[in-house]
Design a protein around this ligand. Structure first.
Ligand code: SAM
Length: 265
């Protein structure tokens, strides 16, 4: 099971919404307006439905949505929050079974905060399937490995390095690409002859986002401990400094993400 916590996904949603590249959203909307058929989107790793909430108002009204995840609790929450909508259907499916992915009638597969969890072989197999059925991919908010705090601490570079190393461990879809995911997708889609656009979509967290920043920082403890280069005392000291710094008026944190749109050539 994914272990993605509803509370965490709820905290990050407004930051994600503000971060998405408007240029790529417009390009997706423009593409869908021009496509006569098929007229459906498939959101993979949908969680509680953040992609739908962020996108549907910007896209043509007749677009059908399929939301897919393997976590029954997150899917139930997505259904509860989206409510009865004629144009939205939900699928419980493990993406390890890519052959069984319901791609019939899908113009574009969408995903948010998902591809850094995936392995190269998963991406390769997915791109091959998308090429075969001539579907596009909108992959938003893929972590790119960069973080910057306006109030620095000596251990920031090592903490980020260890966090990034941990991002490459297996999250259930093979050894994860972590920060390399967008570059890998780009080269796979280039080989497959797709048109590709990539834009930055960084989280910019200032004073309004204290609970999100704190939850994000707490999420470092397990990875840093598992990597084991920093001692328990160093991790504790770094975390306490970072959490204290959130309240400083000059404090902000930028976390790099990338959005990618790949459309069949
Ligand atoms: C970081 S969350 C992102 C959720 C949502 N897209 C969002 O932006 O809030 C990653 C999602 O991928 C789903 N996921 C991870 N591995 C999966 C798999 N093998 N099959 C289906 N869904 C998976 C998780 O359950 C989780 O909902």
């Amino acid at each position: 099971m994914s272990g993605f916590d509803k509370g965490w996904l709820t905290l990050r949603e407004p930051v994600d919404q503000a971060a998405r590249s408007p240029t790529l959203l417009s390009a997706l909307s423009y593409h869908l307006a021009a496509v006569k058929s098929p007229r459906a989107l498939l959101d993979i790793g949908c969680g509680t439905g953040s992609t739908w909430r962020s996108l549907h108002a910007f896209l043509p009204k007749d677009i059908e949505w399929r939301l897919l995840d393997y976590d029954p609790e997150l899917l139930a929450e997505a259904k509860r929050r989206i409510g009865a909508q004629a144009r939205v259907r939900f699928h419980r499916h493990d993406l390890n079974d890519l052959d069984g992915l319901p791609l019939d009638g899908i113009a574009v597969v969408t995903a948010s905060a998902f591809f850094d969890l995936c392995s190269e072989s998963f991406c390769r197999r997915l791109v091959a399937r998308l090429r075969d059925v001539r579907s596009g991919l909108y992959a938003a908010l893929t972590y790119d490995g960069h973080m910057q705090w306006s109030v620095p601490h000596l251990l920031d570079p090592m903490a980020v390095e260890d966090f990034n190393l941990h991002q490459r461990s297996d999250k259930g879809l093979g050894a994860a690409l972590g920060p390399d995911a967008t570059a890998t997708l780009r080269s796979l889609f280039e080989e497959a002859g797709f048109r590709i656009q990539i834009a930055e979509s960084p989280w910019r967290m200032g004073q309004g986002y204290a609970p999100m920043q704190e939850a994000f920082l707490q999420g470092f403890v397990q990875p840093l401990t598992e990597i084991g280069r920093l001692s328990e005392a160093e991790i504790k000291e770094w975390l306490a400094f970072r959490i204290d710094a959130i309240a400083k008026p000059e404090s902000s944190c930028v976390v790099g993400h990338l959005d990618l749109l790949a459309l069949p050539g």
